[in-house]
Design a protein around this ligand. Structure first.
Ligand code: PLP
Length: 301
């Protein structure tokens, strides 16, 4: 019942740098999983929705910022699979018309509740969450959708990969996607998470807490460009160039930073000759419209 079309394509991409360094590079096109419920968002939601349904819930409640991919995807998934949805949004100054993400979530029927940044700090507080669950009679999914049920769904994307590989890369926000990927690794495969926000130490703990595994993964903190949603002209130039060269859009918050980091690490000789590398395109492309509206259409579409 809770299925979208899959497996997602594994697309080899080519660049002079890959030849020079002797590596093969593939993109796992999770962005193509669904137009509205894209990428890692669906993988993380799938078993949460199944659990909610088994427990008899008809409503899903979750949390996010003003441009949250998770909010957009949860609203769309709930509509698709017959749940009502509530989104607790950080920022009491916002409204359902503030940007394309919030407008779209509202169109999908999500009931948006805008709260102060200080109230939003309680989003992981069990008592507060229980109160919300009771108040709205809703199954609560954490911010970013990262919990144990999410890992099971994300692991499925690794299980779908039918070639041998040495490295798999993904962008990091809350850590659930990397943790799920780690669950799917075999033999000497290594997972690298490119952190898209400032969270050294804290993010390692998050991933560790979810996966329980200590080996075969690492986080890289050199490519967050100053923090969440921060960017500079190098990042934007890279994303636009990548789009021109490969016809594949990247978002500026997550996948753009991952691919920028990957190219830079490759240039610096961090991947041995002969490596086969998978980069997970986790989607997030809905955010480009909001970004372009705010920043003078910097990104080519
Ligand atoms: C497009 C995209 N990629 C990657 C991530 C990061 O995933 P995680 O929060 O599981 O680390 C997110 C958001 O969470 C996202 O929206």
């Amino acid at each position: 019942m809770f299925e979208l079309e899959k497996p997602t394509p594994l697309q080899q991409i080519y660049a002079p740098l890959f030849l020079e360094k002797g590596v093969e590079v593939f993109l796992k096109r999770e962005d193509l999983i669904d137009v509205d419920i894209s990428g890692n968002k669906w993988r993380k939601l799938k078993y949460n929705l199944i659990q909610a349904s088994e427990l008899g819930f008809q409503k899903i409640l979750t949390f996010g910022g003003a441009y949250s991919n998770h909010i957009a995807a949860t609203a769309a998934a709930c509509k698709r699979f017959g749940f009502e949805s509530v989104g607790i949004i950080r920022g009491e100054e916002l409204n359902a018309n503030s940007n394309p993400t919030l407008r779209q979530a509202t169109e999908y029927g999500m009931n948006l509740k805008f709260i102060t940044r200080s109230d939003y700090q309680h989003r992981d507080d069990k008592v507060w969450i229980n109160d919300l669950s009771e108040k709205y009679q809703a199954f609560v999914v954490p911010e970013g959708g990262s919990n144990e049920a999410a890992l099971k769904g994300v692991k499925e994307l690794v299980d779908e990969i039918d070639i041998n590989f040495d490295y798999i890369l993904c962008p990091i926000g809350t850590g659930g996607t990397l943790a799920g990927i780690i669950q799917g690794l075999v033999a000497k495969q290594k997972a690298l998470g490119i952190s898209c926000l400032k969270g050294e130490g804290y993010l390692e703990q998050m991933v560790q807490g979810l996966t329980k595994k200590t080996e075969s993964w690492a986080l890289i903190h050199n490519y967050h460009f100053g923090g969440y949603a921060r960017f500079d002209s190098h990042l934007i130039g890279f994303i636009n160039q990548f789009y021109e060269a490969h016809g594949i859009p990247l978002d500026p918050i997550y996948t753009g930073k991952m691919m920028y980091g990957f190219f830079d690490l490759l240039k610096k000789g961090k991947f041995p000759d002969g490596s086969r590398v998978i980069c997970v395109h986790t989607g997030g492309l809905q955010g480009i419209a909001g970004f372009n509206a705010q920043h003078n259409d910097l990104l080519k579409t």
